[in-house]
Design a protein around this ligand. Sequence first.
Ligand code: ADP
Ligand code: MG
Length: 255
Amino acid sequence: MFFMRRIVITSGKGGVGKTTVTATLGRDLSFAGFRVALVDADVGLNNLDVVTGVERRVVYDLCDVLAGKCRVFQALVQDSESAMRILPSSRGSDRVTAQAFAQVVRSLSGFDFVLIDCPAGIEHGFHRAVSAAEEALVVVTPSASAIRDADKVVALLRSYPLKDISLVVNRVRPDLVRKGDALSAAEISGLMRVPVVGVIPDDDAVGVYQQFGGRADSTYSDRAFKVLATNIAEGRKDLVDVSFKRRSRRGIRRI
Ligand SMILES: Nc1ncnc2c1ncn2[C@@H]1O[C@H](COP(=O)(O)OP(=O)(O)O)[C@@H](O)[C@H]1O
Ligand SMILES: [Mg+2]
């Protein structure tokens, strides 16, 4: 039987790495042989097209699909680095209803994964993106404000009929964790009572390459993103943390 997994990547707080995680996870799943589509749900402040380097090739967008100007498959653009497809959002007004959006997402038949890049905040845009998904990935950075926002988002997510809610801890600084100056992914997971499926280090290469629509050629964050993709593909929750030197009693491995 054919399965399409619809996963929303959300956070509450802006700038924590939702779009980065959406694009990189999508590419890794595509490299692993899965058929992947990314949907930019950030109507108005969309940038998934820029991050994936497809901005100049966009012809139609989500609003054109909804207005009946084109079919959803005509609006899909192929990623600059992989076989995955991107459904761009529009920079226009934000009048897309949750129902119409969910219908477009569900019409993406033939894809193994549809990853939905959620806008910041917990308003209509959040509701629209989450309503179209069956699973949620909450991106959080190890700062008190990001954790507090993510916590609120998790509480909200629990009111939706989602099959799974997991955490991706992004921009981890292993040096600070080892000194005890930052919470570890395991500690954040414990505080929030949500399992971690990805621990991504803070890596300058991520931002530098992103400006050109590419992906960081860095084994450092690359390996961490691969672990995330494996966890997602296999439905596992292995906590592989960049901050630890050796296998601990709790089974946390260093990569
Ligand atoms: N692991 C990381 N290491 C370094 N910079 C990162 C990392 N993840 C994201 N960034 C940077 O943080 C900024 C915000 O990321 P973005 O994915 O656009 O966040 P959001 O979609 O949540 O607003 C970008 O400039 C991006 O390059
Ligand atoms: Mg974003």
